[in-house]
Ligand binder design. Sequence first.
Ligand code: SAM
Length: 261
Amino acid sequence: MTKDHKTLYDTEHISCDYAARDYMDPAEKTFIEEFGKKLADMDMLDMGVGGGRTTKYFAPLVKSYMGADYAASMISACQKKHGDRYKFIECDARNMDEIADNCFDFILFSYNGIDSFGNDDRMRALAEIRRVLRPGGIFFFSSHNLNWDGLYGLFSLGTKEGSYFSLKKPGKLLNLLKLRYLNKSFSMKRHIKKLRKKRAGHIYDNSLNGKAGIYYITAKEQIKQLHDAGFNIISTYSRSGIKTNDEEILNSGGWIYYLCS
Ligand SMILES: C[S@@+](CC[C@H](N)C(=O)[O-])C[C@H]1O[C@@H](n2cnc3c(N)ncnc32)[C@H](O)[C@@H]1O
């Protein structure tokens, strides 16, 4: 029933879905407002570019732009969407042999692409990102928030805010039972509490049609992980785009954005 993330992303169905996305995330907006003209001096790598949602917002602002993704169908979707105006390459964040050291001033890994990995792969990707980033360069990414207030709501029958489902939708109960089975826990509350004690772990939350687990991590643990990988944290941003380190605000959203150097 479950599949690896790359197989799931590398399908026409999923890449077409991502290519159709055109919005900008609030934190991406805040980031662009904050950096403004400084971006014009930056060589940018848009890692895990997906269907090129972020290309139209970032590429015209930076000195040079390259989109990368390990899924060939995502790269084809980007080329179809943006033509040959920008460079897109097939490349795995965990092993960027195609890219020399110190090539970029700014690396983006948007929309939780980094949450496809477990711990070891995540540390490998962070080491690779650090290698291709120039000294003083910046890395901006988002990750699923294990301390999100709405996390229990994803697995409850109620119609609470944060629930992905509605009671009226057929199959909801079946879906919730499937997620309990995949998470190997009858009580999702207990499961989430257990993961929170460990500060990170995988949750089947219906992303990628519930076929793959998604890595969730607390902000404190993510910051520790970044320090261990040799990054300095500059700031964190809430799901709604507020630059803050206030835990209450950060935990009101399902993702947290991290800016580091
Ligand atoms: C949730 S999608 C986000 C796509 C896009 N960044 C956006 O914001 O719409 C995550 C993307 O990361 C890519 N990805 C995941 N793991 C990767 C890896 N190890 N190397 C390169 N790309 C990866 C997936 O193929 C997918 O396109």
